[in-house]
Design a protein around this ligand. Structure first.
Ligand code: GLN
Length: 200
């Protein structure tokens, strides 16, 4: 049976993630209500605006059920705002901003700077892609980076060029995967493929 992957659909680039997952043969379900979490093999938290997604998660009564699923081991992949939602600690958050948490990392929102709203880089991600593969073209859009990681967190990718060189932009901790960038916009499905591997 193919995996059934939810895409959190309260806000953000929901369709692009669903398309990537479907092109890899997964079935997808847009998730807006708590019942729609039932029977999922994994869930994607898309990019968008983390403060808005946080408010909508609470308004739709999804926050607590989703947190419980994540704590129970539901595999999740958060991209950009989704990374912020999975982080235990957020710098430059709005005063009332909450996260789902689970990833023992500190992320900084809009970390690449006000002037640099978007930035692109080629990332080597040997733990994800293997040693001999083409790098991933990473597109960062008002993206966070990871400033600190706990001992259980595996660093999967760092920026290679420019003033942000060395900054952590992809991490995994057990069933949780997060990237600062948006693989769903480049047509490169390897990050989603890696995530599907985590859901088996
Ligand atoms: N800056 C956004 C936030 O704080 C994230 C941007 C994105 O997901 N492209 O949520």
């Amino acid at each position: 049976m193919n995996s059934l992957i939810g895409v959190l659909a309260v806000q953000g680039d929901v369709r692009e993630h669903a398309r990537s997952l479907e092109s890899l043969g997964a079935a997808t379900r847009l998730v807006r209500r708590p019942e729609e979490l039932d029977g999922l093999d994994g869930i994607v938290l898309p990019g968008g605006e983390s403060t808005t997604m946080d408010k909508l998660l609470r308004a739709f009564d999804l926050r607590d059920p989703l947190r419980e699923r994540l704590q129970a081991g539901l595999p999740a992949y958060g991209s950009c705002a989704g990374m912020i939602l999975l982080a235990d600690r957020v710098l430059d958050a709005t005063p009332d901003q909450q996260t789902l948490g689970g990833l023992d990392v500190t992320v900084r929102r809009n970390a690449f700077g006000r002037q640099v709203d978007s930035f692109e880089d080629d990332l080597e991600m040997p733990l994800v892609l293997g040693e001999e593969h083409e790098p991933v073209r990473a597109v960062f859009i008002r993206a966070p980076w990871v400033e600190a990681v706990g001992p259980q967190v595996q660093v999967l990718g760092t920026v290679t060029t420019g003033p942000a060189a060395g900054r952590i932009v992809a991490v995994r901790q057990g069933s949780l995967l997060a990237t600062s960038f948006h693989p769903e916009v480049t047509g490169d499905h390897r990050i989603h493929e890696y995530f599907l591997g985590m859901t088996k």
